[in-house]
Design a protein around this ligand. Structure first.
Ligand code: ADP
Length: 651
């Protein structure tokens, strides 16, 4: 437990002030017990009581002197004590009456005993208070000698007061009169003892107080032994005195008994104290051993860890380096220890890392950073560094992250290249789309010419053509028709990418109505049943939505099976996107073709079985992707297909 000497001093101060007030009350209200220890004993004089009240207050106030008002009060109280003590002392020395003895109240007690100077405190008491006041003036002095002298003056007061206590105990009046005229009261001497001891705790480590307050083994022993020995000596001495006075034993026997009992009790005390000291020693040794082994473990760990560890002293010299650090540093231990960082890495003063060292040295804060370091041989490396202030200077933990940094750099480069490629690809895609658009647009005209002239030819030569020629012309017409469809589809496909159309609120129910109207003939031809669930209003390009639904429903009709076609269209709300589906009970698709069908010109059937160009689904895919979504199919051959596509809510 930490002893708080300030509290001891202040507590004793309060006690002394209260005691002084009680004695003062004793005088004012004539309570003999408070004034004197008993008939025949000296009384504590009013002036002494006043001095005690003030001195007790001084012990409390001492610690608040940074406040100016309190410092003035402190000085005022000290001067009053000095005046009372010193004036009384001069009264004794020059044998006169200054008139201060009964200034406050007449001395009713001493009068009875016929003492010549009623109300005057004893010479010893006045000396003690004078000295005490002087000590209080110097206690706060910055001069060390003044403080030491003050402390020993306090010890001197303790000695005088203690002599008086012993004098009372063993009935040696010369001890409490100190060869002077009147005597120090018993409670005065006890209070003076307390007062001077408590005051000496203001500077607990100076003088004899230091002997009892220190942390060393000797101090522990002094603290334990001295008070017990004093108490024991007092008791034994008193017993010896009683034995003498009552003539229980002869003087010789009394002395012998005193010596023997003191020896025995002293031995016991020393034995108990020695035991305790030995135990303390043992604990100390154990904790020293523990801390040594801890230190060893720590060193072992540091020496062998993968991270580099170094300690740089305040003089910038290497104090400790572990093996990993040596690998990073490209130096041997002998080449580093004792040398400064600047000697080993010339020019480091101009780098950022130097400032980090400085910050850690001066501000004493931990710093963490990644740093690219150039070695004296010109090579470079990346290190993750942790600077930690330690009593010796700075402790630095380093991890070589060169590889990681390189990988990061490669990744960044690769990403940049990918971005570049993507840009190039986008540009060439745009180019292609433009080409497809222009080509299909321009091809339409000659194709129209081919088919119209074929029709003209057929009409003109109607009678002259034989069966084979007519068949050839039919083939040519059919080919040009298919080519027309192909060109139209291709044009549509390329339009999705090139034409900028406005995104607006699109009611999908309306879209489906339009699709239904467009496909009405095919629906009735196939006797198909359309089940359309309520659809949402979404943000999209209206004509593209029509095209998307139309392609999917048209496919569902086209790829129907023997059964009556049943086509179901619906939508679900998936957080930040809508998911639509178009389900049919048609011929279905083998899962191995799921990816293929969305690629342009890819078909699963021949022209003979099902007409088509293989562009419809790729147009759907393009439209869906333009709307921030994806398209997929779930199906099994012969069991119908469901096309799912999503449309983002935030395009
Ligand atoms: P097209 O219909 O002109 O051949 P699409 O791109 O629309 O071209 O379709 C690609 C292929 O996907 C079709 O040839 C067909 O084999 C298959 N397919 C598309 N829709 C369906 C469907 N609802 N049921 C079964 N197969 C389908």
């Amino acid at each position: 437990m930490r002893v708080n000497y300030r509290h001891i001093t202040q507590g004793t101060g309060v006690f002394i002030t209260i005691a002084g007030i009680l004695v003062l009350g004793g005088w004012l209200f004539d309570i003999p017990l408070l004034k004197t220890a008993g008939p025949g004993f000296a009384s504590m004089k009013i002036n002494s009581a006043v001095c005690f009240i003030l001195s007790g207050a001084l012990l409390v106030l001492y610690y608040y002197q940074q406040n100016n008002a309190i410092r003035r009060i402190f000085l005022f109280f000290t001067i009053i004590i000095l005046l009372i003590g010193f004036t009384t002392l001069t009264e004794y020395i020059f044998n006169y009456n200054a008139g201060i003895d009964e200034l406050l109240y007449p001395d009713t007690e001493s009068g009875k005993e016929g003492i010549s100077y009623p109300g005057r405190m004893s010479a010893a008491t006045s000396f003690c208070f004078s000295l005490l006041a002087v000590v209080f003036l110097f206690l706060n002095n910055t001069n060390k000698t003044a403080r030491i002298l003050s402390q020993f003056a306090l010890h001197f007061i303790t000695l005088i007061a203690f002599l008086a206590v012993v004098g009372y105990l063993y009935d040696v009046p010369s001890f409490y009169t100190l060869s002077l005229v009147n005597s120090m009261a018993i409670h005065t001497s006890v209070l003076l003892c307390l007062l001077s001891v408590a005051a000496s705790f203001i500077h607990p480590h100076i003088g004899i107080a230091g002997l009892f307050t220190g942390k060393g083994t000797g101090n522990i022993m002094a603290r334990r032994l001295f008070p017990l020995m004093v108490l024991l000596l007092l008791i034994l001495g008193y017993l010896q005195l009683l034995a003498h006075l009552n003539e229980w034993v002869t003087i010789g026997l009394g002395n012998a008994l005193f010596v023997i009992s003191f020896m025995l009790v002293g031995l016991f005390l020393i034995w108990a104290t020695a035991g305790r000291l030995n135990r303390l020693d043992m604990i100390r040794e154990q904790s020293e051993e523990k801390s040594i082994s801890l230190e060893k473990q720590l060193h072992y760990t540091m020496d062998n860890m993968l991270e580099g560890a170094q300690i740089i002293g305040f003089d910038w010299r290497y104090k400790y380096v572990n093996d990993s650090f040596l690998k990073h540093a490209k130096y041997s231990r002998e080449e580093l220890i004792g040398y400064t960082v600047m000697e080993k890495y010339p020019g480091i003063e101009q780098t950022e890392i130097y400032k980090v060292y400085q910050r850690c040295f001066t501000k004493r804060i931990p710093i963490h950073l990644e740093n690219e370091f150039t070695f004296p041989d010109g090579s470079q490396g990346w290190f993750e560094l942790s600077f930690q202030p330690v009593p010796e200077g700075v402790f630095i933990l380093s991890v070589d992250i060169t590889e990681r940094k390189r990988a990061e750099q490669n990744l960044i480069n690769a990403n940049k290249m990918l971005d570049r490629r993507a840009d190039e690809l986008q540009a060439s895609n745009k180019e292609l789309e433009r080409f497809a658009y222009v080509a299909s647009h321009d091809l339409q005209e000659p194709l129209r010419m081919v088919s119209s002239f074929l029709h003209l030819l057929e009409k003109r030569m109607e009678d002259k053509l034989d069966e084979t020629s007519r068949e050839y012309i039919d083939f040519a017409v059919d080919g040009s028709e298919r080519m027309k469809k192909l060109i139209q589809d291709l044009l549509q496909y390329s339009r999705v990418g090139t034409e900028k159309e406005a995104i607006k609120e699109v009611d999908c129910n309306e879209v489906m109505n339009a699709v239904k109207a467009d496909l009405a003939l095919s629906v009735s031809e196939a006797n198909a049943k359309l089940i359309i669930h309520p659809l949402p209003v979404i943000k999209a390009v209206y004509p593209q939505m029509i095209q998307l639904f139309q392609n999917l429903v048209a496919n569902a009709l086209k790829y129907r099976s023997e059964k009556q076609p049943e086509i179901e269209i619906g939508c679900s709300n998936n957080n930040d996107q809508w998911e639509f589906y178009v389900r049919d009970n048609g011929i279905g698709i083998d899962p191995k073709f799921f990816d293929k069908i969305f690629i342009i010109f890819q078909r699963l059937h021949s022209k003979k079985d099902y007409s088509g160009t293989g562009i419809g689904l790729s147009i759907c895919k393009k439209i869906v992707e333009k709307h921030g979504g994806r398209i997929r199919v779930e199906s099994q051959a012969g069991k119908g297909s469901t096309f799912f596509f999503t449309i983002s809510k935030h395009i």
